[in-house]
Design a protein around this ligand. Structure first.
Ligand SMILES: [Fe+2]
Length: 340
């Protein structure tokens, strides 16, 4: 009797333990260019709450090409990249598929996802103003970057960097190419130094007295302030304040990290479930805090450093429209000799 009872309880325990994996029996394959450390906490939380294992293939570049070359036998379910331009490229290369999900559509503002459901923004970063602390600035418009009052006072990385071509492309979406060319030429006149380096160098050069204002991404302020970038960068961050600029007729220019369901996903239903999890309050908090990004879901928690910048009002122009002006933006950078 005793032995039988023991056996029964062992069997019960075994079946209970193995139930989650039997019930879902799910594994999905994620191809991503994001750093492993940013993704790991999300995948752990997802496995814990659903029993679904997410196998990850990290690659620095060539993601779309790899999926395309794998063709119909590609094991990829989810493709996850940074920059709206890369999301659009995935769709244009034909490696994504259309997803109809009210969960995704309700959580993600319309301008941050593809109108046809081929890709979805999951976290945001703003392209914002870093200003010396003693400068009296409560608000700022991107248009002001060309104002002669800032002559010799502006620092920015290369105009050809994708972060800047996206900002310039947004300007084109608002004003057209001719006005954008004038704006770029005006900003060029205001540069304190050659347009080069990284966004963090803007803060460094404000500390060094080289410039008064400049443009950088929001998450770098989190990285610098937190000390994750080292002692010296804490001082750079302490030298600046962040102002969330807007277009006069719009909001702050943002870019996204995002994801798509692969065209030949072997586990489409599971892939959609995973994407829907990624816009949940829990996942949005984990993901946004891992890299000091903004959640795309309204009301999801923001890191206190990022929240301290004030309320982000995202620009009205759809990312897909902004991306369509990228090439023209790059041509204008050359035309005005912005990086010379
Ligand atoms: Fe960056």
């Amino acid at each position: 009797m005793k032995a039988k009872a023991l056996l029964t309880s062992v069997l019960l325990a075994t079946s209970v333990l193995s139930m989650p994996s039997l019930a879902s029996a799910a594994e999905i394959n994620l191809y991503t260019t994001r750093e492993p450390a940013l993704i790991a906490p999300l995948l752990e939380a997802y496995a814990k709450s659903t029993g679904t294992k997410v196998n990850t293939v990290f690659m620095k570049d060539g993601l779309a090409e790899r999926v395309a070359s794998e063709g119909a036998s590609s094991p990829a379910d989810i493709l996850m990249v940074v920059d709206a331009g890369n999301l659009v490229d995935l769709a244009e290369k034909g490696v994504t598929q259309q997803i109809e999900s009210s969960v995704l559509n309700e959580a993600i503002p319309a301008q941050l996802r593809d109108g046809k459901g081929h890709w979805f923004g999951l976290s945001m970063r703003g392209r914002v103003l870093y200003a010396a602390k003693d400068i009296d600035l409560a608000s700022f418009n991107y248009e002001d970057l060309a104002d002669p009052k800032w002559k010799g006072k502006v620092c920015i990385r290369a105009g050809q960097h994708p972060y800047n071509t996206a900002l310039i492309a947004d300007y084109i979406a608002h004003y057209g190419a001719d006005e954008t060319e004038k704006w770029l030429a005006g900003m060029k006149e205001n540069l304190a130094r050659k347009a080069a380096g990284g966004d963090r160098d803007v803060a460094k050069d404000i500390l060094g007295g080289i410039c008064d204002i400049g443009i950088g991404n929001t998450y770098y302020v989190g990285l610098m302030t937190s000390g994750k970038g080292g002692e010296e960068q804490v001082k750079w961050a302490e030298a600046i304040k962040v102002v969330l600029p807007t277009f006069k007729q719009g909001g702050t220019q943002v870019n996204v990290s995002g994801a798509a369901v692969a065209k030949n996903s072997p586990n489409k239903a599971e892939a959609v479930k995973f994407l829907e999890y990624l816009v949940s309050d829990e996942a949005q908090k984990i993901y946004a805090e891992a890299n000091y990004e903004y959640p795309v879901r309204a009301g999801a928690a923001v890191d206190p450093i990022i929240a301290s910048f004030g309320e982000l009002k995202i620009d009205t122009k759809p990312l897909s429209e902004i991306v369509s002006h990228r090439k023209q933006a790059s041509e204008l950078v050359d035309k005005v000799g912005f990086d010379n």
